[in-house]
Design a protein around this ligand. Structure first.
Ligand code: TXA
Ligand code: MG
Length: 350
């Protein structure tokens, strides 16, 4: 199939909307990462999204809307809390998991009775949703398991020939995926950390925000650098305590082809350890890449991480050595969540 690369003119957005209405697939830019769009209410179109990505069918998709009022089509009761959160954070990198109405197809929600909803901060993409006249599913527009796409070129690399079109756009401002917040029960719980932190949500709505315990456990998981990555794609398989409530969090993700090791410790120690391991591995004939961010520039780290991982693969690196970020800060925690997955939890303390 030929994949059309559509510059974001009004004409081209109309063309993209026609493709969506006919059941086709169009990737679109957002402030977090690029999404792979299809009509969220069309089960067949959604099935082809799973197929194009090679995504397991038990991993539900996020439904993207153009206006806060579109929530009413997807959830039976729009609560005061949902409205408050929407007014504070939309358009923006927040996804709300809410009870679903019957007209949301099961395939969209991976069989769950909840649906994840987000209003992205990209005006061309919101225009696409509005002109399509239906909410759009939008998993990250990458092949499942690869780093999420933060540039149009990443989408083209992964999905060219497999989807109908890409609505072209700028590099994504945030660079990691949205914070997924469960709003469907009594309490607010973060199921996937993002650049929008628990603290920011607490401060704006005045309610305590929990973290899914499966996420906290991961933070303390220290593995030996020699540990083999599990080859079935699951993290921590067989561990009964590790049952994340966002099904996608159990899969290995963002994985570069190269082996990756995270080094955690003081800035000086990390730098020394990286230099030493780099020299040692290069002496053994390996090509080594280094990812080292300023430990207090979380925005930059989020913006760069996936692009750097993809670049490592392009240049055929064998080993990636990466400095850990402090995860006491919610943004550092979110970035470390991605880095640990990329590294298959290979981390050493120095
Ligand atoms: O920033 C983002 O959220 C991007 C852009 C394109 O909007 N999208 C994205 O989608 O990251 P995806 O499909 O790659 O990740 C969706 C995550 C998965 O971990 C999935 O398991 C979880 O959200 N999720 C979706 N629906 C859910 C539900 N009803 N309950 C719990 N988790 C859900
Ligand atoms: Mg994804």
């Amino acid at each position: 199939m030929e994949t059309k690369l559509l510059e974001p003119t009004h004409e081209n957005i109309k063309e993209a909307a026609r493709i969506i209405k006919a059941g086709g697939l169009v990737a679109f830019p957002t402030e977090t990462v690029y999404g792979l769009g299809a009509d969220a209410m069309n089960a067949e179109a959604v099935a082809s999204v799973y197929k194009a990505k090679g995504r397991p069918s038990d991993n539900p998709l996020i439904v993207h809307i153009a206006e806060i009022s579109d929530m009413a089509k997807l959830t039976p009761v729009v609560t005061d809390m949902m409205n408050k959160l929407a007014k504070h954070f939309w358009p923006g990198p927040l996804t709300m998991v809410v009870k679903k109405t019957e007209n949301v197809p099961e395939i969209t929600t991976g069989g769950l009775d909840t649906v994840a909803v987000r209003l992205p901060d990209n005006k061309n993409t919101r225009e696409l949703i509005a002109v399509s006249g239906c909410p759009l599913v939008g998993p990250s527009a990458n092949i499942s398991g690869k780093p999420s796409p933060t540039k149009a070129a990443h989408v083209v690399d992964d999905l060219c020939g497999k989807i109908d079109a890409v609505l072209m756009g700028e590099d994504c401002r945030v660079g990691i995926e949205s914070t997924v917040l469960d709003v469907s029960g009594e309490e607010l719980t973060i199921l996937r950390p993002g650049i929008l932190t628990a603290e920011q949500i607490e401060n704006s709505v005045g309610v305590k925000v929990n973290l899914d315990p499966a996420l906290i456990k991961k933070k303390h998981t220290i593995q030996s650098p020699d540990r083999q990555k599990s080859d079935n794609g699951l993290l921590e398989d067989g561990d009964p305590d590790f049952k994340p409530r966002a099904p996608g969090m159990k899969y290995r993700h963002y994985a570069p082809n190269a082996e990756m090791l995270i080094i955690e410790g003081s800035a000086d120690n990390v730098k020394k350890e990286i230099e030493q391991r780099k020299a040692q591995n290069e002496a053994e004939g390996k090509k080594v890449g280094v990812i080292l961010f300023d430990s207090d520039d979380f925005e930059e780290a989020a913006h760069e991480l996936f692009d750097q991982l993809r670049m490592m693969d392009k240049t055929g690196v064998d080993l990636i050595l990466a400095g850990a970020l402090p995860s006491e800060d919610g943004r550092g925690f979110a970035i470390m969540n991605r880095m640990l997955k990329s590294a298959g939890n290979n981390i050493v303390k120095v």
